[in-house]
Ligand binder design. Structure first.
Ligand code: SF4
Ligand code: SF4
Ligand code: FES
Length: 240
């Protein structure tokens, strides 16, 4: 049975009406199998209803609860108290918003700009290739999907983009690049030259420093850096 833990949570607050930002400390007693979203809810109901944070699915599928805990971007709904104590070796946690967009309030971030970066990489089929099966559905051989099927598990939580040392100013970000590479490998699309242009545009893959931080933090355990690397190597092949 999991033990109750006495935790200290230092949470980055932001009040948009005054522009004030500060760290607020909360002491929380919690069972080991509670998740960090449960801790934030506990604070709301027992101590401070004004603390703002995001969640939706509470099941690791929507990405809306992404925050930084002791510097590491992660999904708050997936982090159990007992695992956090083990992983970080402490019962004191600094909780901050992710860094890919402006903070709306406390831990809530406006993701519109971040989503626009993904949209700009056209994660949809730009121009469909003629369907070899005629009118029916376009079936993809599982072998053809193998090279990119992992990437399709991305939930756009922006944890990788938050961890990326290249930052969002000059670089579209690892998940945006990956969403473009997926369609580059997708046999249904007939717009490869346009894809290469997107990937190697001014905010494209050249900004990646191959730190692999994106792969390290991805809650879906996608090797994001592999796909970013792939975008670079496919370029080399195209040049050769
Ligand atoms: S690649 Fe992983 S970390 Fe990045 S947005 Fe997708 S799910 Fe989140
Ligand atoms: S490997 Fe590239 S894309 Fe991934 S975190 Fe490092 S710099 Fe960013
Ligand atoms: S609330 Fe949906 S991923 Fe955490």
């Amino acid at each position: 049975m999991s033990q109750d833990q006495d935790l200290t949570l230092r949470i980055r607050r932001y009040d948009p009406s005054t522009g004030r930002s500060w760290l607020q400390e909360y002491r929380v007693r919690a069972g080991g199998i509670l998740r960090f979203t449960d801790l934030l809810r506990k604070i709301n109901t027992e101590q401070d209803p004004t603390l703002a944070w995001n969640s939706s699915c509470e099941h690791g599928q929507c990405g809306s609860c992404a925050v930084r805990v002791n510097g590491k971007p992660l999904l708050a709904c997936e982090l159990l108290v007992e695992n956090a104590v083990k992983e970080f070796g402490t019962k004191e946690f600094l909780i901050e918003p992710i860094t890919v967009g402006p903070v709306v309030r406390d831990l809530v971030v406006d993701l519109e700009v971040a989503y626009r970066r993904v949209e700009g990489m056209k994660p949809f089929i730009i121009r469909p290739r003629e369907n070899p099966y005629g009118e029916g559905e376009y079936r993809i051989d599982p072998k053809e999907m193998d090279p990119y099927v992992d990437a399709t598990r991305c939930i756009n939580c922006f944890c990788c983009a938050t961890a990326c040392i290249s930052g969002p100013r000059s670089f579209v970000g690892p998940n945006a690049i990956m969403s473009c590479v997926v369609r580059l490998l997708d046999p249904r699309e007939d717009a490869k030259a346009e894809r290469f242009k997107l990937l190697h545009g001014p905010n494209g893959v050249a900004h990646c420093h191959t730190s692999k931080a994106c792969s390290h933090v991805c809650p879906k355990e996608i090797d994001v850096a592999h796909f970013v690397r792939l975008a670079k190597s496919l370029r080399l092949k195209e040049k050769a």
